[in-house]
Design a protein around this ligand. Sequence first.
Ligand code: SF4
Length: 461
Amino acid sequence: MFENIPGEVGLVHVGERIRKNDMYVELGGPEIKEKFELVKVRPLEDVHDGAITIVGPDLADMDSSKKYPLGILVEISGKELEADIEGVIERRIHEYTNYIEGFMHLNQRYDIWVRVSKKAYNRGFTTLKYVGMVLERLLKNELPIIERMQITFYTDAEKISPVYAEAKQSYETRDARARGLTDDDVDVFYGCALCQSFAPSHVCVVTPQRYANCGAISWFDGRAAARIDPKGPIFPIEKGECLDAEKGEFAGINESAKKRSLGEVNRVYLYSAFTYPHTSCGCFEGIAFYIPEVEGFGIVMRGYRDITVNGLAFSTMADSTAGGRQVDGFHGISLEYMRSPKFLSADGGYARVAWMPSDLKEQIKTFIPPSLADKIATEKEVKTVSELRDFLIKNTHPVIERWKTEEDAAAGEHAGAVQVFSGGDFPLTAGGFKIIFKNARIYADKVVIIPVQPKKPGTGE
Ligand code: SF4
């Protein structure tokens, strides 16, 4: 199928990482502002089937020491195609381009990040046209209702701007449409198992009010995909009996999670980051992370490059969050989920959010309840958890009510004892083991403080 492309194309290459030293060139990524991938359904006569165009320098013309913008515009037409399918096909760009040996594609939509390896380039992978050829063949093969397809790559910093604006507008229109529905309005949710190739126990549950973690699949997208491609990775899930309306637990979701994760995940709370949180693969747009010292959440999005308020970077927390596991207090989320009234609703919603980066706060400010907006700290106000505590007290954040309740409960339970330690992860290293106490609080009946005297040299005392 791909004899005329230098290198292999196949599932075996999904997950291949290209490190800086092995990289020929990088396109998109955190340092490039304008980057996107977009699929649009167009009228038949507007699509020149098979055309692959590059606007700007091609791979062979690039300077390895620079980073380039990247726009991938896939225009399709077909009598049976509907605009609903755009988001689903768009998400396949990530999967199918990663089939290419020596080509790495990360993230989605306005966040894409691509690297081409030196090996691939030296083997003759010198044009983005090869990427277009792979996309065209695999997408048409999977969805024969695509009758025509043309693909344009934008790598020119000026020419990408108007198309980038169109892409942003298209994402917003899609997302806004899904905002009109609630989870109570429908009987069927959709599951997506596309990321099981690298997180085998992960299944996204996409509901009208809980957008997929990657931010690329809405409930409408799920519905269209399941209808058009019933054997594909997106499938309907009957909600079944509602077991807990507050936490968002449904019998149908539990059943589906158990089956699809081969017994690894038996229960799912859609609207909570605790106990049975929705699993996270690795494609999440952001992380909601619990900060035990303040009983609240911090939020960080992919692309935030500084250290967050708990002293950890996004990449460090991403390792703890990903892999299809249910990790208490580390929760993969999408930006659109933050716009939903169900956003962490079982845990308190925005009344539980204590910290987020300032640019994120600006981006979602119309979705944060006005009474809370000034009470949520950013990197501009605080740098550490202890500064965060002071900020929350000063601004009477509702989360401080929880401290009282927690402290009262602890005081009752440990009457007469002294709290000697309270923290997030408390490691204890002994005898070749490291034991980590999560969210530890240690109480003692008595605390004895003895100053340690320096030893006298030569005496051993
Ligand atoms: S993150 Fe979820 S919805 Fe998005 S592609 Fe992966 S499994 Fe599908």
